[in-house]
Write a protein that binds this ligand. Structure first.
Ligand code: KG4
Ligand code: ZN
Length: 355
């Protein structure tokens, strides 16, 4: 079965062809980073317009790279939500049009389910039940994954996502967008213990995440230590960064990782868990990978991540997730849902099966 995946929930216009839910035949990503960089974050209206500009080219390029023709595509999988409304609408409407023209089924996929499935593209051996952490610029959610398709959300962020917190500090310091990869590169030059950030405790005892406090604490630290936004014209703007900024970045990144690992460790208690799975843009972070692997190795638990190009948004993960709904076909009336919950998708599918 050859599935064409389309993903346009945020700032990447992407298409991919995946065979039997496992083999990536081609994957094309048109990134909008340079367009949003001046603003230090994604501008929704600009993102939608760029998706409209790019989606036909990206999809055609995807077929070309796989040396396939339209008639060989057997089904379409497209991100239904969560994400930016205008951005989602472009992908969903385009996918419906294609499915209608090609007379093939289309299915709406939850973006978070896509990230979770990205792990299985390279690691079909990853054992379940698992703790599956999706950590990106828009999401920080932890699921108990009994089997693929059965997701119990254990915790989620109450405010910012981890990637958003990294992007914001980079913006405050004038280090560019997206901030995650910049901080990943600079943090090894700083002292992770220099600035004492703490892990937030939620008063009701829940294991939800929270990253807005650390953002405020970093801003306060900048004010107290007279650290202002760097204004850099240098050819490599990441050279010669003052040591106190490197220390701040290292401590900030380290504290975000502390919180992610703390919630994972606490969530292990009383549950049968055979592997830890971490996906989404932030799962590319080298310090997070090193520390998570070390931490859970001590408990004989393997930690799985997607290969780096599958950590950030891509359509291969969306096409791969479609294998969980064999033979399914969504109605033309399917609507984009910026707040689509993963559990809601699942129960809708159970209802569909019952019919
Ligand atoms: O999964 P993704 O493309 O989009 C969402 O679904 O949100 O993730 C983008 C996020 C951005 O916040 C970016 O700063 C972060 O992933 N990111 C990283 C790294 N590479 C991307 N964060 C930390 N370290 C990295 N190496
Ligand atoms: Zn994502």
């Amino acid at each position: 079965m050859i599935v064409l995946g389309i993903e346009s929930s945020c700032d990447e216009t992407t298409a991919a062809l995946v065979k039997d839910g496992q083999t990536i035949l081609s994957s094309v990503v048109a990134s909008q980073i340079s367009i949003h960089a001046d603003f230090g974050g994604v501008v929704p209206e600009l993102a939608s317009r760029e998706h409209v500009e790019n989606i036909c080219f990206v999809t055609e390029q995807c077929l070309k790279e796989a040396s396939l023709t339209w008639t060989q595509v057997e089904a379409l999988a497209v991100t239904q939500g969560p994400g930016l409304m205008g951005a989602l609408l472009v992908g969903l409407t385009y996918a419906k049009g294609l499915a209608y023209a090609l007379k093939i089924p289309f299915v709406g996929i939850n973006h978070l389910e896509g990230h979770i499935c990205s792990i299985f593209l390279d690691h079909p051996e990853a054992e379940l039940p698992a703790l599956s952490l999706v950590v990106s610029g828009g999401h920080t959610s932890l699921f108990y994954l009994k089997e693929l398709g059965d997701y119990q959300e254990l915790s989620r962020t109450r405010d910012d996502a981890a990637g958003e917190a990294l992007d914001k500090l980079s913006k405050y310091l004038g280090l560019g967008y997206p901030g995650g990869p910049v901080i990943d590169r600079l943090a090894p030059q700083g002292d992770p213990k220099a600035v004492p950030f703490s892990i937030p405790k939620i008063s009701d005892g829940s294991l939800d995440f929270s990253f807005s406090g650390i953002k405020t604490a970093a801003l306060r630290y900048m004010t107290e230590h007279n650290i202002s936004r760097l204004d850099r014209e240098a050819s490599d703007p990441l050279q010669d960064i003052p040591q106190e900024i490197l220390d701040l970045l290292a401590s900030y990144q380290s504290s975000i990782i502390d919180q992610l690992l703390h919630r994972l460790k606490q969530s292990l208690k009383g549950r049968e868990v055979r592997s830890i799975q971490i996906s989404g843009g932030v799962s590319c972070n080298s310090e997070l990978r090193r520390r998570a692997t070390d931490t859970f190795q001590q408990q004989d638990l393997a930690v799985y991540y997607p290969r780096s190009e599958l950590t950030t948004d891509n359509a291969a993960m969306i096409a791969a997730a479609a294998r969980l709904r064999p033979g399914a076909s969504d109605p033309w009336s399917l609507i984009a849902d910026p707040n689509l919950a993963l559990s809601a998708t699942r129960s809708a599918q159970k209802m569909e099966k019952r019919k």
